[in-house]
Design a protein around this ligand. Structure first.
Ligand SMILES: Cc1ncc(COP(=O)(O)O)c(C=O)c1O
Length: 483
């Protein structure tokens, strides 16, 4: 069980549940049950939460209690609710259905395959120049042993300066260089989360973060993102109610939805986290990639006065994943403690790679500007192809990052991913980004491939989407792809 949802909270999630447009009018109890099932399928209502008592929900919705009783009965009959007398009712899925959201990502060797399972760009042309310059620099380090658990000072200074430029003054001793953002997350979890500790995450979220949390046997609660992003009252309510040890959030162009958290909510989240004793792990993987001139709110760390915020970030999205350079920004004592943890893991990051990173960051303005132009062109090509070939899919135009989160015309995401693989397109289906096998009506589509490949991929996906209806493929099978 992951918690309880109150009557007013569920009422807000349910929205206009009894006025479903374009449907034949069904009885109120059936409409209510149907909307709850929809919230479960989309991951907005987590599995294992206790629903409000019938009387409480009836009051919140201003309907009769018999309607709620009948709706709960139907949900029990369809396998979406488990009840025990005196103890309440919990959400579930029929047959205890679960799709693993974590696991091994298999790298792709098949060059014919259009890989939309990975949301990362090929390396920029400046990478080779930076690598050559780094080799020239290397002799400066060869006289020492080469172990720098918090990173070489030049890179820590460059990363600290970049935070300063974003309005968050930072000294080099607040930075620890890691081998990628994923590594940063793992180290932070080792420091800040005892095995079995409680963590709040967004739903949907980045699957490999869930894998890292699984590694700590974390007890996870979720905040279900709405079509337009975080729901402030629900997010703050979850923090206050569940008082997690830690919350993992992706405020800039969230992976997979692309949402950008507004400044006011950032401030409130930090205040609430401080009030309940929650550490915030803020993943800034996409912070360099606003598109369309979108202005960024201040970094979450700006609102932090009590060392509650640990920021993680890296070079994989704006520069290149193969570089494996990331970092943690925390208080100087926390960085020292992280370094002590790290000695038991991998000691330090490679010096040569860090020097490459220093050279790339020295050219950041030019490189990142080119990336943004490239991503905007590719995003627009993807949106254009979707509008033309799959007009029933609903997409919100992301104002940054590298992914869009499409709402499909049915709960077919896993089936579509399997069918697409057969025509040379690899997809990461919606359930990979949820916790419970939900999200079957969603698909993450990165715009990191060249525009022509994206258009080709959408054409193939549209063809198999059409076939899926004709052949009536089985749904809800465990997908083979893990991304
Ligand atoms: C939100 C988020 N965090 C972390 C990572 C992992 O980044 P890295 O390659 O720096 O380990 C990714 C990569 O997709 C991501 O999207």
């Amino acid at each position: 069980m992951t918690g309880q949802v109150r009557g007013v909270q569920l009422a807000r999630l349910l929205g206009h549940w009894h006025a479903l447009p374009g449907r034949r009018r069904s009885p109120d109890y059936a409409a209510l049950a149907g909307t709850v099932r929809g919230l479960l399928a989309d991951g907005r209502l987590p599995l294992g939460v206790r629903l409000p008592a019938e009387r409480e929900l009836a009051e919140a919705l201003r309907i009769s209690r018999t309607t709620v009783t009948a709706a709960y009965r139907q949900l029990r009959e369809t396998g979406h609710l488990a009840s025990r007398r005196g103890a309440g009712s919990w959400t579930m899925l029929p047959g205890n259905h679960r799709v693993a959201s974590t696991g091994l990502w298999t790298p792709l060797d098949d060059r014919e395959m259009l890989d939309l399972g990975v949301a990362a760009l090929a390396a920029p042309p400046q990478l080779l120049t930076a690598a050559r310059a780094a080799v020239e620099d290397l002799p400066r380090y060869l006289g020492g042993a080469g172990y720098h658990p918090t990173g070489i000072i030049e890179l820590r200074e460059a990363v600290a300066d970049a935070y300063g430029a974003r309005g968050l003054p930072t000294s080099a001793d607040q930075i620890m260089v890691t081998s990628g953002t994923q590594h940063a997350l793992d180290l932070v979890l080792r420091l800040a989360l005892a095995p079995g500790g409680s963590v709040l995450v967004e739903s949907p979220t980045y699957p490999n973060a869930l894998a890292a949390l699984a590694g700590r046997r974390a007890r996870i609660t979720t905040h279900g993102l709405a079509a337009d992003g975080w729901e402030p009252d629900l997010l703050l309510g979850s923090l206050r109610q569940t008082r997690p040890k830690l919350a993992y959030l992706i405020p800039e162009f969230q992976n997979p939805t692309g949402h950008l958290m507004p400044a006011a909510l950032r401030e409130r989240v930090v205040a609430a986290a401080h009030a309940v004793g929650t550490d915030l792990v803020i993943d800034e993987s996409f912070v360099d990639l606003p598109l369309d001139g979108t202005e960024l709110p201040p970094p979450v760390g700006v609102y932090d006065r009590h060392s509650r915020v640990i920021s993680i970030g890296g070079m994989s999205k704006p520069y290149w994943g193969g570089l494996r350079i990331g970092w943690v920004r925390a208080s100087a004592p926390q960085v020292q403690r992280l370094a002590a943890v790290r000695v038991g893991v991998d000691m330090a990051s490679p010096v040569l790679d860090q020097l490459v990173a220093v050279h790339l960051l020295a050219d950041a303005d030019a490189i990142v500007a080119e990336r943004r132009v490239q991503l905007a062109v590719q995003r627009d090509a993807l949106l254009g192809a979707l509008a033309q070939r799959l007009p029933d899919w609903r997409v919100t135009v992301p104002r940054g990052g590298v992914t869009l989160w499409a709402e499909l015309d049915g709960p077919v995401s896993s089936a579509l991913a399997r069918a697409a693989e057969e025509v040379g397109v690899r997809l990461a289906p919606g359930p990979r980004f949820g916790l419970d096998g939900t999200m079957e009506r969603f698909l993450r589509l990165p715009f990191t491939l060249p525009a022509a490949d994206l258009v080709e991929a959408v054409g193939r996906i549209a063809a198999v989407r059409y076939d899926l209806d004709r052949t009536g493929r089985q749904r809800w099978r465990e997908p083979a792809v893990i991304a």
